[in-house]
Write a protein that binds this ligand. Sequence first.
Ligand code: ADP
Ligand code: MG
Ligand code: MG
Length: 194
Amino acid sequence: MFTAQAATTWLTKFGDAIATNKAYLSDLDTPIGDGDHGNNMARGMTAVQAALATQTDADLTTVFKTVAMALISKVGGASGPLYGTAFLEMAKASKAGTTDLPTLLAAALAGIEKRGGAQAGDKTMLDVWVPVVAAVQADKLDATVIATAVDSTKPMIAKKGRASYLGERAIGHLDPGAVSSGYLFTALLETEAQ
Ligand code: ADP
Ligand code: MG
Ligand code: MG
């Protein structure tokens, strides 16, 4: 059972990782995008952390919904609605009665796929989400799964997002949204280890 408290811990840790790596994420977005991914995510996660800090007794659905709304309203950029949709779908799934983490994450992944129209191999955050959610479902998520998924974006040509305008020039660069998603799932591993 995934609790509201675990979700709050998870997303607070994710916010800390985003704040620490804000400049790095924007640097990754500079050669293959517009250099704002770290700033976008930091703006959103600062709002998430502020909102969560005021909600000490919230249930799981409320936590996910709060996160979704903060990300959708504050991030801007492609990543805001995509991460926002992920948390909105988790809010919906938890409201429908599930507290099972693999089921929640599968709903989030389906939401990102539907919203962005991308698939694994397109050099986006989905190149992390797809293998990580499969690993969670198989109860095999570890740091290596995450690192391998993030690194897999480096040789890819992008099919979606700003990096897709670059064609072969995107080769050799990590996808910034894949890296931030790596932080999201590292924070989840750290939460589960507690
Ligand atoms: P923007 O590109 O609007 O400046 P960000 O820089 O915040 O937005 O986010 C860029 C990231 O969003 C990319 O690195 C990629 O991982 C992700 N992304 C962009 N388009 C899509 C999409 N259609 N599906 C999934 N992820 C996407
Ligand atoms: Mg950008
Ligand atoms: Mg932008």
